[in-house]
Design a protein around this ligand. Sequence first.
Ligand code: HEC
Length: 230
Amino acid sequence: MSKLKNLLSLQMSTYTAPLWLMLLFFSLTAQTTPTPTLEPSPTPRPVDLTCDLLELQQKQAELAVALGSFDSDAESNPGAALDNLFKVGAAYQELALSCGYIPADIATRFIGTDVERILSTLGEVFGDPINGQVLYNGELGCSGCHSADTNVAPPTEGTYTRILDERLHDPLLPDYTPEHYLIESIVLPGNYVVEGYTNVMPNNFSERLTLQDLADLIAYLESQDGASPE
Ligand code: HEC
C-alpha cells in the first residue's frame, strides 16, 4: 500500500513540476505588452473597391517610396524616421478607407466630412433614437439652438416632415435622400443654409461625433415626423 502511495506521489511530482514551470512561463509572458500584428481584424470585410484600381496602386506605390529610405533614416535620425513612419501609416489607413475598406471599429470612429463615405457606412450601425435624443438635448447642445422658442434655428419638431415636404423638393438638393440631407446638415452645415436663417451652426461636429453618435442623432431626427410648431 505504501509502495503504491510512493509511486503515486512520485508520478504526481514528475507531472506537476512541468505544469508549474508552464504556469510560471505563461504568467511571465502575459505581462509583456502584446506586439500589434498585421493580422486581419476579427470581422474582415470583403468589400469591393470603391475607387479606381490603378489610382489605388499608384498611391500605394507613392507611399511605399516615402518609406524607401527608412533603414538609413532610422539610423541617422530616428525621431524623424518614426514621425515619417507614423504619418505614412495614417496615410495608408486613409487610402484603404477611401477605397471602401470598413474597419471593425467603424462605429467608434469620428465621421469626418466625406458625406458619400458616411452614407456608405451608416448601414453598419443601428441608430438608437433614445440615445440620439439624449445627445441632442445634452452634451452636444443641439436643442439649445433648435428649440421652438429661440428662432435661432429650425425647430426640432417636424424636422423630418420638413425634409420630406420642403427641403428635398429644392432644386439645390437634387437626388438627396433624407439621410443624405441630415448628414450634410450636421457635418457640413454651411453647404446648404435653410432660408430665413444664418449659418451659425458649429462646423466641427465631424470631429466630435462617432458614426454611432451620428446614427443615433439621425434616428432621433427621423422620429420628428409631426408638424412644425406654429
Ligand atoms: C449654435 C446653434 C446651433 C447648434 C448648436 C446646432 N445647430 Fe443645427 N442648425 C442651426 C441653424 C442656424 C440652422 C439653419 C441654417 C443652416 O441650414 O445651416 C441649422 C440647421 C440644422 C438642420 C437642418 C434643419 C432643417 O430644417 O432643414 C439640422 C438637421 C440640424 N441643424 C441638426 C443639428 C444637430 C444634430 C445639432 C447638434 C449635433 C445641431 N444642429 C446643433 C443652428 C445650430
